[in-house]
Write a protein that binds this ligand. Structure first.
Ligand code: F6P
Length: 521
């Protein structure tokens, strides 16, 4: 990394005030704050729609929050929020608007300048018609049989969102089809799913915004061969393949019928695309009415984000607390702990959302940063996580802020375990022997909701989207590009075309490549 010059942010009054404040309160114990103020839990919790956020178990006081709010105001968060919602080209490195919020707005015309709603409505209608045709089994395969398996082929944002939601909302999945997801370049991923399917009754959805992603195209080609081998007719491709893509031309060249190409646009980022036609597998699994509830939930969070004052704005609070630990306590990771099996894919989804958006080292003007951006997001479902890595959360040497996600309709034991973990992390316990001692003072947020239902999931995902947005604004980075994934892709292409050695590569890579060829043969 090149040498950073002092940024405006780290020199700013709001930043410096937070640094000074951190040294003052670093030793403050949360258990003392609770003992001193019986109203603390109430004071530092907030409900927005179905989501209750308890942020009282943080190493902060009302003064901390006031200083964090100054940081948000200094960064013009409200101005940037308006800029995003009005379709300005805030993705400056790609010269694009950022309008995933259009996919769930109720406005007839949006944004006022450069209306995209005719496109959005027409895509939603075609999703509606198609998912209905599949679910009702009106859509038949090449030999006239109904579709039994739907296989989504995509990766990153074209996989993680629909995969996670199909899993999360499995109780609502009332389609006669099973919905599967294939992402990995390792053909085992596809082979495993194909072993459960028959060509006559299988529908593939190739989800790729660019329709150039190597992994997705590789899997799609293998799937096409499997289909043609099975049905002995290339014409079957038109009945068994659909696409969600912004590259209709490439999808057409692949053989996908134009009426089964569901559109996407450059103003929807991959990791923000689950609300778009990329959500088609979810719509097939749960039906379009429930998919509309998901969109309505996200819209409710958009409205909260747009209208609530900063100090009572859930995404803003989560963003600022994240910054508090990343930039002022040196926390390098952040754990996401959903206490529900149905949410087991959520940490992976949030990993892409946060790390691909805010894992940046230069600011909007290209200056190297002199401060930390996105922490490593990681996690797993509770209670499994308790028996795997909570040891480190409780007694390890690192500070790991946690998000506990607690649907109360999950089994009582799971929800109560989540509350127990958060309480233990906060309060700790004095004990005679050092190895039994819990220092406590370990921060967490608890997000509680009644059940995992479409509307609530919409709110939850939009909450994290806006949290990421606010952090990106404060860090003065572009949260909507992902240039960091390009170099590896290029090198992989070079290596794939090389024999024993690749020109221009380092000695280590070439030695490994040579061994790879030797062992493969
Ligand atoms: O390589 C990263 C990435 O571009 C992600 O941002 C994106 O979600 C994923 O690849 C898939 O891209 P596509 O939908 O164009 O296949």
């Amino acid at each position: 990394m090149s040498n950073p010059t002092k940024s405006k942010l780290t020199q700013s009054p709001a930043w410096r005030a937070l640094q000074a404040h951190q040294t003052e309160i670093a030793d403050l114990q949360m258990r003392e704050l609770f003992a001193r103020d019986p109203g603390r839990a109430k004071k530092f919790s907030l409900q927005a729609g179905a989501l209750l956020l308890d942020y009282s178990k943080h190493r902060m006081t009302a003064a901390t929050l006031a200083l964090l709010m100054n940081l948000a105001r200094q960064a013009d968060v409200e101005v940037w929020r308006t800029r995003m919602f009005s379709g300005e080209y805030i993705n400056n490195s790609e010269d694009r608007a950022v309008l995933h919020v259009a996919l769930r707005t109720a406005q007839e015309v949006f944004p006022a300048d450069g209306d995209v709603m005719p496109l959005v409505r027409s895509a939603r209608q075609s999703m509606h018609d198609f998912s209905d045709a599949v679910r009702s089994q009106r859509l038949r395969g090449h030999t006239g049989k109904p579709i039994r398996n739907v296989i989504n082929i995509g990766i990153g944002g074209s996989d993680l969102g629909p995969r996670m939601l199909t899993q999360a909302l499995w109780r609502y999945a009332d389609a006669p089809q099973s919905v599967h997801f294939v992402a990995n370049a390792d053909p085992d991923d596809l082979a495993h799913v194909l072993a459960q399917a028959q060509p006559e009754t299988t529908l593939f959805i190739v989800a790729s915004k660019t329709f150039t992603t190597g992994e997705t195209l590789g899997n799609a080609r293998l799937a096409r061969s499997w289909l043609i081998d099975g049905l002995k007719d290339e014409a079957a491709v038109k009945q068994h393949f659909a696409a969600a893509t912004a590259n209709v031309k490439a999808a057409g060249e692949f053989g996908i019928a134009p009426e089964l190409c569901f559109p996407l646009w450059d103003w929807v980022g991959g990791r923000y695309s689950v609300w778009s036609t990329v959500g088609l597998p979810v719509a097939i699994a749960i039906g379009m009415d429930r998919f509309d509830e998901l969109l309505a939930g996200a819209r409710a969070m958009d409205e909260h984000f747009l209208s609530a004052p900063l100090a009572a704005n859930m995404p803003v609070l989560l963003a600022l607390l994240g910054i508090w630990y990343a930039n002022f306590f040196g926390a390098t990771t952040h754990a996401v702990l959903p206490y529900a099996e149905a949410l087991r894919e959520l940490p992976a989804y949030l990993q892409q959302l946060e790390m691909e958006s805010n894992g940046k080292g230069v600011d909007r003007a290209g200056q190297t940063l002199d401060y930390t951006t996105a922490p490593v997001i990681w996690g797993s479902v509770g209670t499994n996580s308790q028996h795997a890595f909570h040891q480190l959360l409780h007694q390890g040497t690192q500070l790991v802020p946690c998000d506990f996600l607690v649907p109360v309709a999950s089994t009582a034991a799971a929800a109560e375990n989540a509350l127990a973990q958060a309480a233990a992390l906060m309060a700790g316990r004095d004990a005679g022997e050092p190895h039994r001692r819990f220092d406590g003072n370990r921060p967490s947020s608890t997000i509680m909701f009644r059940a995992i239902e479409p509307h609530t999931m919409g709110q939850l995902l939009a909450l994290y989207e806006h949290k990421v947005f606010v952090q990106g604004i404060i860090w003065n980075i572009n949260s909507f590009d992902q240039w960091g994934v390009e170099l590896g892709k290029e090198i992989a292409r070079t290596l794939a075309q090389s024999t024993a050695t690749a020109s221009g590569m380092d000695a280590s890579t070439n030695a490994l490549l040579a061994r790879l060829h030797e062992w493969r043969s």
